[in-house]
Design a protein. Structure first.
Length: 332
């Protein structure tokens, strides 16, 4: 058996436009999720993080979105080639998903207990009474007070933090092997964010599951992940253990992200560092280095995609000579 619960290999996901052309939102993405570990995926809005996660669980919008190539190996099974019936078993059963925006992830017209019970009845074969009892236990596990009362309430009666705990309870109801958490702390205040992340870490340790944590927040990545995948314009530009990435970032985009974070030593009211330029429209992506495209560079780096190479142990980078120190590559 592989030590990885999930292996994504050269994943290509595209959307068909109204004129019939295909645009690639995910372009040759590869990473792995070891058993019991947390892998963070970080990058700007529109870089392909959420599309990657939806490709894994087969939730791309139809008929526009399609996986055009690559493999998604979940416990050795390629989910890109499995049947719809099998995907229904995997999704919610063996892979749990925490969607963005807890305010909209729950159905406003159904009680909390019914929404949790649905997964238990479908995947664990419980009857309604058993499922409701287990729903109460799950709400208690995720730290919701008076769970016997909350199961009979509607989403609008709960705070944002409590709604997010309900979403986590639904995702963990069937004790999945893999949890995909897509911006799980969006729109929550800092204190509640910390509580939610600690809760997820505790439940992961208790259940022994693996986690993909998608976020914009590098502080969350530093505190809660074992490995980091940095995405830009639909591609992975760097992948490394979390300590390695923060101490020795190699790609210019990764360095730019880290330099944009204010520190305790940052003078008050000083101008924060930013990354120059803007991400190109998806229809205008060049075949070569897309960060060079942002920097308005010219030359061969825009025409040919640089190889994704291992420069140090478990430290991989898209080796564009304009974005990566060549001496680091030669030293490895």
């Amino acid at each position: 058996m592989s030590e990885n619960v999930l292996e994504v290999k050269d994943l290509i996901t595209a959307f068909r436009m109204e004129d019939g052309d295909w645009v690639r939102a995910v372009d040759g993405v590869s990473f792995r999720v070891p058993k019991g570990k947390t892998v963070g995926i970080v990058g700007e809005s529109g870089c392909g993080k959420s599309v990657t996660s939806m490709s894994i669980v087969g939730l791309l919008p139809k008929p526009m979105g399609h996986v055009l190539g690559g493999e998604v190996l979940f416990k050795g099974e390629d989910l890109t080639r499995t049947s719809d019936k099998r995907m229904h078993q995997v999704r919610g059963g063996e892979i749990g998903v925490i969607f963005q925006e807890p305010m909209t992830a729950l159905n406003p017209v159904h009680r909390i207990g019914k929404q949790i019970s649905e997964s238990l009845i479908l995947h664990r074969g419980m009857n309604k009474r058993e499922a409701l009892k287990e729903s109460v236990a799950l709400l208690e596990k995720v730290g919701i007070p008076a769970p016997e009362e909350r199961v009979m309430e509607y989403p609008h009666q709960l705070s944002g933090g409590m709604r997010q705990r309900v979403v986590i309870a639904i995702a963990l109801a069937c004790k999945p092997d893999l949890l995909i958490a897509d911006e799980p702390t969006t729109a929550l205040d800092v204190t509640v964010q910390s509580q939610i992340l600690e809760l997820m870490a505790d439940l992961q340790a208790e259940m022994g599951m693996s986690t993909i944590l998608i976020t914009h927040d590098l502080g969350v990545i530093a505190g809660h992940c074992d490995e980091v995948v940095v995405m830009y314009a639909g591609r992975v530009v760097e992948r490394a253990p979390v300590q390695t990435l923060f101490s020795s970032p190699q790609h210019a985009y990764t360095r730019g992200l880290l330099q944009a974070i204010p520190t305790l030593e940052t003078p008050r009211k000083s101008r924060l560092n930013t990354i120059e330029g803007q991400v190109a429209a998806i229809s205008d992506f060049v075949p070569g280095c897309r960060f060079c495209q942002r920097m308005e560079r010219s030359g061969d780096t825009l025409k040919t995609r640089a190889p994704f190479v291992e420069i140090f142990e478990d430290h991989w980078v898209e080796a564009c000579p304009e974005c990566v120190d060549v001496s680091s590559l030669s030293a490895s």
